[in-house]
Design a protein around this ligand. Structure first.
Ligand code: GRF
Length: 187
């Protein structure tokens, strides 16, 4: 079974969906590590509740990005991680991790890429008057949300919906799509 690490910085609902899918055996993987760069993130509590090992490091405690990623890499090696899923990890992956995990890091982003990269993608889409909103799962490269697209799912909006309703719908898609996609990639 492939050993998976999830990287997250915040609430962790996607982390939860992945862990739940593993428990329900719809995703065959061993979730061996949560890597978190924010000591106050809700995702840490979720991992603790589920008995999943956490690696919580503050990048500001390191001299530079390479030193931080070197420490992360050491943890990944210790847990024999062979695949990484970013799920709300609010940091660009640097060359240290990219070189070690070439082609084995994926991300989920709440827009139909290449549109609306970066932060607050749903808000960006709404402000631009987008008629379709959606989710993209893609490989990670050195850019921000620029890697090769693996899977996308979108839905039409009328303009009548509230932002909260749209966010809910995006999350519903994410929580189904990400575990399904990981199952296909890992098995
Ligand atoms: C998700 O919308 C994901 O697409 C984006 O960050 C959000 C993370 O949400 N990259 P959560 O922390 O998994 O609830």
């Amino acid at each position: 079974m492939r050993k998976l690490a999830v990287f997250a910085s915040g609430n962790g609902s996607n982390f939860q969906a992945i862990a739940d899918s593993i428990n329900q055996q719809t995703l065959n993987a061993d979730l061996v590590l949560l890597v978190c760069d924010n000591p106050n993130a809700g995702v840490i509590e979720r991992a603790n509740k589920m008995g999943i090992t956490t690696c919580v490091l503050s990048p500001k405690d390191f001299d530079n990005k390479a030193a931080y990623e070197q420490q992360v890499l050491q943890q990944l090696a210790q847990h024999q991680v062979d695949f990484i899923a970013l799920a709300g990890y609010m940091r660009l992956i640097g060359s240290t991790l990219l070189t070690a995990y070439q082609g084995r890091i994926v991300n989920i982003h709440p827009s139909l890429l290449p549109d609306f990269k970066g932060k607050d993608a749903i808000e960006q889409a709404l402000n631009a008057g987008a008629k379709r909103i959606g989710v993209t799962i893609h490989y990670v490269d050195e850019g921000m949300d620029t890697g090769d697209i693996i899977q996308q799912e979108g839905f039409a909006i009328t303009g009548e919906e509230t932002q909260a309703e749209i966010e809910q719908q995006v999350h519903r898609i994410e929580h189904r799509l990400y575990p399904q996609c990981l199952q296909a990639l890992l098995n």
